[in-house]
Write a protein that binds this ligand. Structure first.
Ligand code: 1GP
Length: 248
């Protein structure tokens, strides 16, 4: 139910949702507690490569202290958990590595079925965030160049024609250069798919610019791992305007 509601809200697009990415290797329960009190809409759980952290344990720990939806954002077939509310099932369309386009998904499919995991197919597009991202290293793929707008639009359009439900534009975790908001605006205007943006988002200004550009969901991971107190100023960007009483 929680997952269906989240997807519905992404499709409706009435407001931008705020997702906090939890890397199981860097799990901090305080961040979960603070998110409960902030304008956070959901947690994403996953990582391109896990060292020690366990997905199932992490989802369980989040669920013990929060009622917010927990959505899997798996880096590979081992990052599934039946305790999660749902799954963004990614296919790395910016790359040309068949493992991340289809092989991992084939390995995941029987477990998604067995776990009865709710899922949404997501076109995952990695852009060049000016630093070799771990996604790039692990997947052995090249990101799309930020200055090749046409290639990005063509890839996003292909995602739409292929039937993907969500579009994730990713600069890479901890990216020095996050995606220019103008690109988000153009993709949003031309490709009518719910648009998720992440990678290197570390200031309220960036968050505001992405909201303005029409992003449907903004994902922040690294910046909150480094400075948990940033949550307050980022969260404030998602404040709902108070409804004006009718008699005024
Ligand atoms: C990574 O887009 C996410 O997949 C989040 O990036 O960790 O830089 O916030 P950051």
């Amino acid at each position: 139910m929680k997952f269906k509601k989240l997807i519905k809200s992404l499709h409706k697009g009435k407001r931008t949702l705020f997702a906090v990415l939890i890397d199981p290797d860097k799990f901090n329960p305080l961040l979960i507690r603070m998110a409960n009190e902030a304008n956070v809409d959901c947690f994403l759980v996953g990582g391109s490569k896990l060292l020690r952290g366990n997905i199932d344990e992490t989802v369980k720990k989040i669920k013990e202290i929060s009622n917010l939806p927990v959505v899997l954002f798996p880096g590979d077939e081992n990052q599934l958990s039946d305790k999660a509310d749902g799954l963004f099932l990614p296919s790395l369309l910016s790359g040309r590595n068949p493992d991340y386009l289809i092989s991992k998904q084939v390995l995941m499919a029987p477990n998604i079925y067995r776990m009865k995991l709710k899922h949404a197919p997501m076109a995952y597009i990695l852009l060049n965030g000016d630093k070799q991202s771990s996604t790039q290293k692990v997947t052995k793929t090249q990101p799309l160049a930020l200055n090749n707008k046409q290639q990005l639009l063509d890839t996003a359009l292909a995602a739409k024609y292929l039937g993907f439900e969500l579009l994730y534009l990713e600069a890479g975790s901890g990216a020095k250069k996050s995606i220019p908001p103008i690109l988000i605006k153009e993709v949003k205007e031309k490709i009518h798919l719910p648009l998720i943006v992440g990678g290197g988002i570390n200031t309220a200004k960036k968050v505001k610019d992405y909201i303005q550009a029409g992003a449907n969901m903004i994902v922040v991971g690294n910046a909150l791992e480094k400075d948990i107190n940033l949550l307050k100023s980022l969260s404030a960007c998602f404040e709902q305007p108070l409804k004006t009483p009718k008699h005024i």
